[in-house]
Design a protein around this ligand. Sequence first.
Ligand SMILES: Nc1ncnc2c1ncn2[C@@H]1O[C@H](COP(=O)(O)OP(=O)(O)OP(=O)(O)O)[C@@H](O)[C@H]1O
Ligand SMILES: [Mg+2]
Length: 305
Amino acid sequence: MEAIRTENLSKIYRQGLRQQKVLAVNDLNLTVSEGEIFGFLGPNGAGKSTTIKILCDLIRPTGGKATIKGRDVRQPEARRPMGYLPENPSYYAFLSGWELLEFHGTIHGVSKSQIRERGMALLEMLDMTEAAHRPLRTYSKGMIQRLGIATSLIHDPLVIIFDEPMSGLDPVGRKLVKDLMLHLRAQGKTIFFSTHILHDVEIICDRIGIITRGELKFSGDLTDVISDSFSSYEVVFRNPEPHQVQSLQQEKFSLRTYEDRVELEVDKEKLSEFLETCVKIGLEPYTIDPKRFELEDFFMGFISE
Ligand SMILES: Nc1ncnc2c1ncn2[C@@H]1O[C@H](COP(=O)(O)OP(=O)(O)OP(=O)(O)O)[C@@H](O)[C@H]1O
Ligand SMILES: [Mg+2]
């Protein structure tokens, strides 16, 4: 059974005095399998948060339906195994982080001892132990985000839905959250999350979906999108001498010249010939990188359509 499924899901908002229609989600058919990490990608205003809010039954669709583990999301039972991190978490400012965890654990029916055990483990994993007893009004944006993630997991949910979990996090925080997500997958949990950080998606996702203007443009395995194979190298030289640049041009390499560097692409099979030329003219490459087709190239292909 799929962990998450949407069938012809649509949402039209009504906006302003004239009740103008905004088609935020258009006939969306999406499936997320159990035990996978699914990255939901799309530009600003594409309909990601709208889809997520429908999954959590915070708003109702104008067409179609959504299920969690086969149950319609409108049934409270469907939402019981779900953990949710909103796009802009906002909590009672006068509670401490620990009190918020206790509050969420309690309303989910988690026992005191389990809240203590799980809460401490989550705070530890998110490096929030020290700040746990301070009031939330003293937290930074990244600290609220980390606590929001811990809070969404306090009842040990099976299906985890994060709306931009990396938002506002520093590189260390992002790494902690990625590790936590991988840890959750290893426990058999399903994670569905939206993000704009494609590099993180490349590292942790099993499958991705791309949505633009409310329509799902792609859904599939990440390995089908990016591959390890490559056919050329991207070479960069820092501050080459004019005569060295001339020599490269004479060898028919087509160069891109910038103020402080020169870049060029070299076919895979021509690399040794190219390096010989470099030695001959006394020019040392600054970097030589395999030119791979990356998620960004794939993503941009849909956005620029
Ligand atoms: N309450 C609302 N009333 C009217 N229009 C809305 C409402 N919420 C969202 N929209 C519109 O619906 C569309 C989708 O918005 P949504 O928040 O789902 O996008 P998103 O993909 O999450 O974008 P972002 O990456 O910026 O978070 C946008 O055009 C937005 O302006
Ligand atoms: Mg959003």
